[in-house]
Design a protein around this ligand. Structure first.
Ligand SMILES: [Zn+2]
Length: 232
């Protein structure tokens, strides 16, 4: 009967595994079993000055890349859980211990509207639930917002990305208040799907530190291998 549910899903939805193309669920059991479960320090090269330790669970390639794009561009919401599992592994390494608040890198409002969803937030919320379920004192909050005037990062080099992003994020006091009594002792972990040059994560870190929050680390699902190395 193990074939039945995927086959029925395929019949009803025409779905295929984003990894191997097998008809059925958006991620088959075999490809899911092959996903990495341990995070490693993924330092960009060059490292943006002052960046806290970034952790990734996968290289941005192959199935992890297919997962990120499947959720982001094709609204395959069934991929939130496997992505969140990888993000959770990175966040656990970044946080080391609680209490911690997972803060997603903010998406541009126009992008969220066009896509109809916010994949980074979906992954971050689910990762927080997974970690809370395993005993970590953790919550997820959208503490950051993006200021207008930031252009799409795709195609920009490290220097252009940094210039495009400088001062582009903010943590409004209304959002900071959501932390309530936790505020004085909680540490933040910046969460994103992919780490490339590290400049987006660095800007998020700056915005959180500017309101007095300690940033414990950066957690991403995957890091582009061309630009990252595993030691600082
Ligand atoms: Zn597969």
């Amino acid at each position: 009967m193990s074939w039945f549910l995927p086959a029925a899903a395929d019949l009803l939805l025409g779905g295929r595994c984003v990894g191997c193309g097998e008809p059925g669920r958006p991620l088959c059991t075999r490809c899911r079993g092959d996903l990495p479960v341990e995070a490693w320090p993924a330092w960009p090269d060059p490292v943006p000055p002052g960046l806290v330790a970034p952790w990734a669970c996968a290289a941005y390639d192959g199935v992890p890349r297919d997962l990120v794009l499947g959720l982001k561009e094709r609204q395959l919401f069934g991929l939130v859980v496997p992505l969140a599992l990888m993000l959770a592994a990175s966040a656990r390494s970044a946080a080391a211990a609680g209490p911690v608040v997972l803060v997603p890198v903010p998406s541009r409002p126009t992008t969220v509207r066009a896509r109809g969803h916010d994949p980074t937030w979906s992954m971050t919320v689910r990762a927080a639930r997974l970690l809370a379920g395993s005993g970590l004192d953790v919550i997820a909050h959208r503490l950051l917002e993006q200021r207008p005037g930031v252009v799409d990062q795709a195609g920009l080099g490290a220097a252009d990305r940094a210039a495009n992003l400088a001062g582009s994020m903010a943590c409004p006091s209304t959002r900071l208040r959501r932390l309530g009594v936790r505020r004085g002792r909680v540490r933040a972990v910046v969460c994103d799907d992919v780490l490339t040059t590290g400049s987006t994560a660095r800007e998020a870190q700056r915005a959180l530190e500017s309101v007095g929050l300690e940033v414990a680390g950066i957690a991403v699902v995957a890091a582009t291998q061309r630009r990252t190395r595993r030691t600082p």
